[in-house]
Ligand binder design. Structure first.
Ligand code: AMP
Length: 395
């Protein structure tokens, strides 16, 4: 069932606690990429433009959880938000302490405050009820607009809305979460065919569950990146010193059996004798010689994959085809990104590296949806239900 969004509730004069994903990269107090703040603006503006009093909560990075750590403070994010909104945004130096209560009670209609990093307290990751109660009592309405964290059971994601619901308060989704869920749900429930999944990146272990489920949903699964080499080993092929997860070879064998023709692996590899852009390189078919490691898919694989993508009506992509941070081993990832952009298929790009690649290449406007959450979008494709979303109010 569809969930209510922030547009469905009257926020005038009410205090709204909105869980956002302001987990932006910060170095020396400077934000290098503020897309996550930008993406939260529609929900933020919807509240303040209608006279709501907005309290924003988020995590940032992975602090120890034993108290404030300046490098993980959300105060630069609050400043940046103020610049974007063109109005002052106040900042509380805690989450459930005196300052948060003071900032929350000082809000006037249309005002915004950001609370400090939720993860400065271990209670957040633990889903702690007492911590959640402290947050819940600050507001009248709860909004989840943090898609990247929806697969987790952190206090701010699950316990807070559960408690607020018990108190008879509205708990709804933000526009970003709503859009993300719509796209991915549609892909899972009404796939346009042929439906092709492209998986890459370093680890098979992260993607085992998703491959399993995608084998049921998709017409074809393309596997690239270092992941492919674990499958090569499962096929008895030599991989030199490529990255391989030995403890996943058996799983890869089972998937090869279950997948049959559906699974497409690279037919050639761009290999190097060291993990470096200026190592000795060559393109090899099939097997990888000793002393070399596979760092990207080769040109024949690019052609094979691009041809398959060309015929697709729907594509989901998660994970680069090679070490795309290190040219020339970015070529496979670039070519796949281009093939997706040109295919005309409904395309959903998982967060993280594939989203970064599509953005860097300037193709973001030519795909249907770039997800803000790599882990969360994979979990959805794996068929998981998110408690953080399930418990929001139904339409
Ligand atoms: P993941 O987080 O699992 O999506 O993996 C992303 C990372 O996989 C990127 O940093 C890539 O550089 C890396 N990667 C992709 N292909 C290879 C490869 N053939 N060898 C080593 N690392 C790779």
């Amino acid at each position: 069932m569809a969930k209510k969004t922030i547009a469905d509730v009257d926020v005038a004069g009410k205090t709204v606690l909105m869980r956002v994903d302001f987990n932006v990269p910060i170095k020396d107090g400077q934000i290098s990429d503020d897309r996550r703040i930008e993406m939260a603006l529609p929900s933020i503006k919807s509240v303040i433009d209608r006279g709501g009093r907005l309290l924003l909560i988020s995590h940032l990075g992975r602090p120890a959880g034993t108290g404030p750590e300046p490098e993980f403070s959300l105060s630069p994010a609050a400043r940046r938000l103020g610049e974007k909104l063109g109005k002052p945004v106040s900042f509380a130096t805690d989450t459930v302490g005196e300052d948060a209560k003071l900032k929350a009670s000082s809000l006037k209609d249309g005002d915004v405050a950001v609370l400090e990093n939720l993860r400065f307290d271990k209670a957040e990751n633990k889903g702690d009820e007492t911590f959640a109660s402290g947050l819940a009592e600050l507001a009248d309405i709860y909004v989840n607009d943090a898609f990247g964290t929806c697969h987790r059971k952190d206090a701010s994601m699950v316990a807070v809305p559960r408690i607020m619901k018990q108190q008879g308060k509205s708990c709804v989704s933000g526009f970003l979460v709503d859009r993300e869920i719509q796209y991915l749900k549609d892909a899972i429930e009404n796939p346009q065919r042929p439906f092709i999944a492209i998986l890459g990146g370093a680890k098979v272990s992260d993607k085992i569950g998703v491959i399993d489920n995608l084998l049921k949903l998709c017409d074809r699964i393309i596997i690239g990146g270092a992941m492919a080499y674990t499958f090569f080993v499962a096929q008895g092929r030599r991989v030199g010193k490529s990255l391989v997860e030995q403890d996943r070879v058996e799983d890869a064998k089972k998937m090869l059996e279950a997948g049959g023709e559906k699974l497409m692996l690279p037919v050639d590899s761009h290999v190097g004798d060291a993990f470096s852009g200026d190592c000795n390189k060559q393109v090899v078919d099939g097997e990888i010689p000793d002393g070399y490691q596979g760092l990207d898919i080769g040109p024949k694989s690019v052609k094979l994959f691009a041809d398959a993508i060309k015929g697709a009506k729907m594509v989901v992509w998660n994970g680069p085809m090679g070490v795309f941070e290190m040219p020339p081993f970015d070529e496979g990832t670039k070519a796949v990104a281009e093939a997706i952009a040109e295919s005309g298929a409904t395309s959903i790009i998982g967060g993280g590296d594939s989203a970064a690649a599509i953005q860097q290449l300037g193709f973001a406007d030519r795909v249907s949806h770039v997800s803000t959450g790599g882990g969360a979008s994979l979990s959805m494709l794996e068929g998981q239900k998110f408690e953080a979303v399930e418990l929001l109010d139904d339409k």
